[in-house]
Design a protein around this ligand. Sequence first.
Ligand SMILES: Cc1cc2nc3c(=O)[nH]c(=O)nc-3n(C[C@H](O)[C@H](O)[C@H](O)COP(=O)(O)OP(=O)(O)OC[C@H]3O[C@@H](n4cnc5c(N)ncnc54)[C@H](O)[C@@H]3O)c2cc1C
Length: 456
Amino acid sequence: MPRVVIVGGGISGLALAYRLEQRAPDAEVIVLEQAARLGGTIGTEQRNGFRIEIGPNGFLDNKPFTLTLCRELGLGERLVPASEAARRNRYLFLDGRLHLLPHNLLSFLRSDVLSWRTRFLLLAERFRPPRRHGGDESIDAFVRRRVGRELAETLADAFVSGIYAGDPKLLSIQAALPRLAQLEREYGSVLRGMAQTARQRRELAEPSSGRMWSFREGLSRLIETLRIRLRFAPLTGVSVRTVRRLANARWRVQSDGREGWDAEAVVLACPAYEQARMLADEDADLAKAIDGIAYNRIVVVALGYRIADIPRSLDGFGYLSPQRQRRDVLGVQWCSSIFPERAPPGLVLLRAMCGGWGRPEMIDWDEGRLLRAVRVELRSAMGIEAAPVFHHIVRWPKAIPQYHLGHLERVAWIEDRLVRHPGLFLTGNAYRGVALNDCVEQAGLLAERIARHLKI
Ligand SMILES: Cc1cc2nc3c(=O)[nH]c(=O)nc-3n(C[C@H](O)[C@H](O)[C@H](O)COP(=O)(O)OP(=O)(O)OC[C@H]3O[C@@H](n4cnc5c(N)ncnc54)[C@H](O)[C@@H]3O)c2cc1C
């Protein structure tokens, strides 16, 4: 029976193990996870009657992969979509107040979030010629070129904050927001491309997408179900130290605890900096290229309030704040307005995201300083004067990989280099997308490649 060892029990590793067991039922698939629990950045905690996500809040249905996986796992009945209000209403904190974000071109043109000049430039985007020469471009440069400075510094900046908590001047449009680059390439204009693809969807009677999903019990339900459904139970508390090629075309995975596993194929599904550390002796250049993928730092501050203490309606997903304002909060999710059963009756749950690429120092702030900073922000943006009745802080010193300029070339170089190491595979959110959908999509594709390698 061929053996495959997967290092890392986050969604990338677990979804891969599941797909591999389906695709290659004769293989023994062993998942090794360093922490005491599975899930990596995904985790739901129950505290004082609140249900708090420590990392992702949910996944989108703009790509089908995670929804499909959940339904295959028999979780269809447990899935909950984000509320209609959360789907429709997102806010931007700008000039000291919350602005409702427009959700289509017409409402953009009517909205006062953008100046008349930028609204006109947005309308004219359809007629602006696409970039002819190739080469990478930052998200900021792309948006400035297509529409102008104001859109880049407000909406694009806030949008990037919401997904990557990164710097739009450093992030590559092709790697971080490939869909926008693709629309320009294929349709000559982003807006024209969006309009045409929306029309095609309507003609095919496809449901509109872009809704967020989770479970009543929170995202941990997906991790727990994967754990139960895997034929070979993942091993937790195993910190892998090195991965070495053996003479007989096999690989040895060595843990800190000196346990070893030999396998026909090994997959590193842990963060890039961990992959680099494991491969340093085997291929220093490969390790260096992997280690060049940067990570930001994020602090998630969850706060519980009495409904009576919130002076405004929580009628939406929450708000984002453009990072160039350098405020202490990147955005706040109104968790109990998005999904049910997040807070006890009479209370609400909010989650403030702090830090990100531009404010890495915030992760070192002590609890008191963080809480004071978030409360100041909530007072300015939402008028909340009262103290929270509950708080919970999660720090991510290496949170989300940043696809900086040159990322795609780096990934292509790494892929080429792997040709020298048959049986070694790299995956995880460091390479081809940070969303859960991307991780699950990659798991399916990689399971095929591994099965071919094993000639199964
Ligand atoms: C605060 C936050 C909010 C987010 N919000 C969203 C969202 O709303 N929607 C969305 O789609 N995505 C979101 N994301 C991104 C998404 O959560 C991640 O990209 C995804 O979960 C990454 O999964 P992964 O398995 O690739 O990596 P991880 O989740 O990082 O898993 C890697 C695993 O490898 C293990 N590991 C590390 N070193 C070793 C070792 N030496 N030996 C063995 N195991 C090891 C780790 O313990 C970990 O369990 C968010 C991320 C963060 C941090």
